[in-house]
Design a protein around this ligand. Structure first.
Ligand SMILES: C[S@@+](CC[C@H](N)C(=O)[O-])C[C@H]1O[C@@H](n2cnc3c(N)ncnc32)[C@H](O)[C@@H]1O
Length: 430
């Protein structure tokens, strides 16, 4: 029998109470202030169990909101939000950095500073304020909220905003045109992004150094959130079992967020971070850290021979099967017996098997850069000998779990015939 709406509301409220009391207890026990929209109060950073409580509370709160909204408000909230407009304005005119970190600035001064009509600016910014970006604590003056302050203070937050506006939103708007024009395509050149920008995402990155730098900044910002935190890599795999001086190649490792996090905990690992030239150009070597950077196109033969682990985090979801296989084939000649290929990525959950919030994120990933990979590819990720499924309760080698997270670490048992030339008997012990 279906749950009655009243009991569903009650269940959601109970869930929120349960989760928020964990969060509140954490604040009290640790004497840290709770989250606030007020820019004077720094937002707390939480340990994993409290991150999980936040995710569960948010999931229930979101369901409750949408339940109570009803169909029309739900539609309006999804399509009539127009948040794009104020974020575009804030990004284009760098407004976050034009508002003082302490104190405020009048709409008139701000409008003059960016040569924009004052009433238009006020109208758009007041909408942003109602959406928690900026504040108007005294009439006619703009100050920061927590979210706008983060934009002002953290360049990687601005990178993320610009990336979402220029790459993601642009691709999304033409995604349906692409699906109609190129049904079943496996080509990154045949996407909403390519229709909007005239070429594929990676070609744009290769030709526009500032956009490539911003993409790398976005990647590094994303690792600050719990979903894509480096801790899932550092704690999710038995790196210590590899022995001293084991060599790990982080393929598509961007500017090294993961490499550095691994090196910090496992200083004896020798870590090579590989990426495209435009990304490696922005990487900064750290003294005394066993991480080195290398330009390498992952579709070309792997130049680092005989490493212990070849690691791909958050790479495969950007590419249809055919390209994933091409990447793996490029590894073959470098693999020594016992080498491990470790892949960590979002894998599509079956409908209704994970929290609704997580399912939304997983499904959204498909359209992000526009590879428009078909669902089958993400669900099955069949490397020839193992079925590679998202399983939020999946136990890793040590019995730890990535439950509730967007990426899970899975092993690739022996790669076989589909990746021709890789021997079946590769050691895949964890
Ligand atoms: C989604 S990001 C993931 C970054 C990083 N692994 C992480 O988990 O934060 C994908 C990365 O793959 C890199 N990439 C894309 N095409 C590549 C290629 N042909 N060869 C090497 N790296 C590539 C991008 O530059 C980017 O850094």
């Amino acid at each position: 029998m279906a749950t009655s709406p009243t009991s569903r509301i009650a269940a959601l409220v109970t869930e929120m109470q349960k989760q928020t009391s964990c969060i509140t207890a954490y604040h009290e026990d640790n004497n840290v202030p709770g989250p606030s929209f007020d820019s004077e109060t720094p937002n707390p950073s939480y340990p994993p169990n409290i991150c999980a409580a936040c995710a569960a509370a948010l999931n229930a709160a979101q369901e409750l909101t949408e339940l109570l909204q009803g169909p029309q408000q739900l539609l309006l909230s999804q399509l009539a939000g127009q948040q794009y407009i104020y974020h575009r304005l804030i990004d284009q005119f760098d407004i976050a950095r034009k508002v003082p970190l302490n104190g405020d600035v009048s709409y008139a001064e701000l409008a003059a500073a960016i040569s924009l009509d004052e009433s238009a600016l006020r109208r758009v910014l007041r909408y942003a304020i109602s959406n928690r970006f900026f504040a108007e604590k005294r009439p006619g003056y703009v100050s920061h909220s927590t979210a706008s302050r983060a934009l002002a203070e953290d360049p990687a937050m601005r990178d993320l905003a610009g990336f979402l506006l220029d790459e993601i939103c642009a691709g999304e708007r033409r995604a349906v045109d692409a699906l109609v024009k190129w049904p079943g395509t496996q080509e990154p050149t045949e996407t909403g992004y390519a229709l909007a920008l005239g070429t594929d995402f990676w070609t744009v990155m290769a030709n526009k150094p500032e956009r490539a730098r911003r993409f790398a900044g976005t990647m590094s910002q994303m690792t600050k959130g719990d979903d894509l935190s480096t801790r899932h890599v550092v704690d999710g795999y038995a790196w210590s079992s590899l022995g001293n001086s084991a060599k790990v190649v982080d393929i598509g490792g961007s500017t090294g967020s993961i490499g550095f996090a691994l090196a910090e905990k496992y200083p004896r690992l020798e870590i090579v971070v590989q990426d495209l030239p435009q990304t490696i150009a922005g990487a900064v070597q750290r003294d005394g850290c066993n991480v080195r950077f290398m330009v390498h196109d992952m579709f070309e033969p792997q130049p680092v021979q005989g490493a212990d682990v070849y690691f791909y985090r958050w790479i495969f979801h950007d590419w249809p099967d055919k390209y994933c296989l091409r990447m793996l084939r490029a590894l073959i000649a470098a693999l020594k017996p016992g080498a491990r290929v470790v892949i960590m990525d979002a894998v599509m959950p079956s409908p209704g098997t994970v929290s609704n919030m997580m399912e939304r994120t997983a499904r959204y990933v498909r359209y992000s850069i526009g590879s428009e990979m078909d669902e089958e590819a993400l669900t099955r990720c069949d490397l020839g000998c193992s079925t590679w499924l998202w399983d939020p309760a999946s136990t890793l080698r040590s019995g730890s779990s990535t439950s509730g997270r967007r990426c899970s670490l899975r092993r690739t048992p022996a790669l076989n015939s589909r990746v021709s030339g890789v021997r079946r008997d590769r050691d895949c012990r964890f």
